[in-house]
Design a binder for this molecule. Sequence first.
Ligand code: NYM
Ligand code: MG
Length: 212
Amino acid sequence: SNTEATKRGALIVVEGLDRAGKSTQVARLAEALEARSIKFPERTTAIGKMIDSYLAQERELDDRAIHLLFSANRWECARSIIEEVESGRNVVCDRYAFSGIAYSCSKGLDYEWCRNPDIGLPLPDLTVFLDLDAEAAAARGGYGEERYEKLEFQARVRQAFHLVAQDVSRHGGQWSTVDAGASLDRVTEEIMEKVRPCLDEIRSRGSKIGRL
Ligand code: NYM
Ligand code: MG
């Protein structure tokens, strides 16, 4: 009989500014890891539809209210992420709680207040931050369709992400920064260089998934 417990999968998060190249890299990473890929906001749920209309600037919401909706949108997916990972499958996630903190705190909300509603969510085994300066991101085009897609705001978000990086490391999370200004293939290679040791460690240690 098979007495060996199923090895769990990894939860890998990719973060970055708008136009940093997350979608492309998440698709490549998910293929390489035979992972399920998910994206936040998950716009298809009832909460996701409210978020979508807010981002499309069709409705106004209080800064704290929308922050909590983004968090609730992660909570409604949390169980399925845990189940997937525990079943042995890798999960690659395009944005997560770190976007929640970085974007909301760039509007002037208190950092700890922003962090609180996500406490207890599944902890990513690794967060890869695709770092690009706001000018380079804006130059990639396709900007201006959604709320937040403004150069000045994105520059603030980038600074906020750097604070988040320090905070994540302080809380024992794994955070890796990759230069998103390099060629697509080079970025993919660098991501894989960070992800491989993380997968090896989970495989060898077989620890349970943590909590934010
Ligand atoms: N965003 C995303 C937030 O403000 N808070 C969050 O918690 C999350 C997950 O939504 N500009 C913002 C960042 C983006 C926008 O994401 C939509 P995307 O990846 O551009 O579809
Ligand atoms: Mg966007």
